[in-house]
Design a binder for this molecule. Sequence first.
Ligand code: ADE
Length: 228
Amino acid sequence: MIGIISALNEELMEIIDKIETKKVVKGFTFYLANIYDKDVVLGICGVGKVNSAIYTQSMIDNFSPDTIINIGVAGSTDDAVKIGDLVIGTEYFYHDFDCTEAGYTMGQIPALRDVKFIADKRLVDLSYEKAKKVLSEDKIFKGIIATGDIFVAKKEIKDRIKKNFNSLCCEMESCSIVHTCHLNNVKYLALRSISDNANEEADCDFETFVAESSKVVKSIILDIIKEI
Ligand code: ADE
């Protein structure tokens, strides 16, 4: 079983509406499908770390997926990464998890040995290959995604995230989804297309580009599922 999770309707519902699914409500709503002979469970988790973590745990408890992929949009935190580009997350951090006053590094979760979560390499490479079919290579990036409970719309915050984590983009769910997967021994990956530059224009750009940018990830996810 493969799980696909997005935060917003715009990021996934178009796919759910296009394929044959069975809607299952187990506290949360899930959509079961068979895609290229693979059992898949899809759903919308809502925005932010808590919503995404509890939804992911519920998906794991109810359907036992061995792989979960989070798809959606993000704000760029790197000048080279432009609106419409794709970020394949290789490592994930919480940019707002701060126990530095207790002697930990920024983003470090005290009970965990590591500060970051690392995606499954095969899923990263497979996604890169599939992305090359729809985007030129200068629009596909592999690297760090920073997650926090902030819609980043200030250059000052974006620059701080970049400085602390050297991230390519920021958003609000992938680290909590992959953290939940890590604790449950589920393989994980997040794919994010850029909707805005996480600066003072972010809100306006997000509204303008969320639909168009999320098409980038939606256009490759079925192809990725085919080969997992
Ligand atoms: N998702 C898309 N754009 C974002 C931003 N600027 N901050 C946080 N999450 C986002």
